[in-house]
Design a protein. Structure first.
Length: 281
């Protein structure tokens, strides 16, 4: 496999970054990640837009236009010819002279194999735990995952998939996913503030049309406990039913009907997108 690093394509084995990079010294860096199917990067423009927003907020300038960056991604995909994979865009803080001040960023683009979730995840649903925490710069997809990784043993002990963060009684997001609740009247709500705006989340918000009402708003821990259904979304997970959070059981301990309907809608939407871009889904 090849990658792109600071202006050139090289093999993964040859790629190097120096030990003075601020991403290594202080965890200052951003990234984005999206799937590739039959050499077509899914929703690539949305992901590149978000990468540029992260770049602007963190004041790490990108040395390419959006179009030029997309061309680099397409060139890497053609070079590797890995039909089902993921693309990772990484922009680091650069080689800092004082180990604190950002310098000229390093841009790295890698492609890696991905493994879809087991079908049982969608058929049986998953469990989550909660933890009070607020990410710094929450609208930015940073490389900092300290808290989530630190909680890995606790998540595993609870036989959960992940941890749901909350702050001041309001739920926000998971380590790598957005969250939605389905209220008793089938209204769907997702947190509006202090989150990373996921691309799958964006597509879900646009999906239901007249079938369901979806809104972005404050979602409290009390709202979460009283929810009829809960589901999470991400690039790799798509739409995953949640059947348990801490000690609360949802939809009788099995995936809810609204969640399954949205999963079906999203997969149909994705297949249409792929067909429109010349891929047989």
């Amino acid at each position: 496999m090849h990658c792109f690093i600071n202006g050139q394509f090289v093999s993964i084995q040859e790629a190097r970054l120096g030990i003075r990079d601020l991403a290594l010294l202080r965890g200052y860096g951003i990234f984005d990640f999206f799937r590739v199917k039959d050499n077509i990067p899914l929703f690539v423009d949305d992901h590149i837009d978000r990468f540029f927003r992260s770049s602007e907020i963190t004041r790490l300038p990108l040395p390419y236009t959006k179009r030029a960056l997309k061309d680099l991604v397409l060139e890497l995909i053609e070079l590797n010819n890995a039909h089902r994979s993921g693309i990772r865009l990484l922009l680091t803080g650069g080689y800092s002279e004082d180990a604190y001040t950002p310098a000229s960023p390093n841009l790295v683009i890698t492609q890696e194999p991905i493994k879809p979730l087991d079908a049982s995840v969608y058929q049986n649903g998953v469990a989550l735990i909660t933890h009070e925490f607020q990410r710094e710069l929450p609208t930015v997809k940073t490389t900092g995952y300290l808290t989530g990784i630190w909680l890995a043993d606790k998540i595993k002990a609870a036989k959960a998939m992940d941890v749901l963060y909350y702050t001041q009684g309001h739920i926000t997001e998971l380590t790598r996913s957005n969250i939605f609740i389905v209220q008793q009247d089938n209204t769907i709500k997702t947190p509006a503030a202090n989150i990373l705006p996921g691309v799958t989340r964006k597509n879900i918000l646009a999906l239901p049309g007249e079938k369901f009402k979806v809104e972005e708003s404050v979602v409290t821990l009390d709202d979460l406990r009283k929810a009829k259904e809960v589901f999470i979304t991400s690039t790799l997970k798509k739409v995953v039913p949640v059947i348990k959070i801490d000690e609360t059981i949802y939809s009788g301990g099995k995936p809810g009907t609204v969640t399954l309907a949205l999963l079906e809608q999203f997969e149909a939407f994705e297949n249409t997108w792929l067909t429109d871009h010349g891929v047989n889904p």
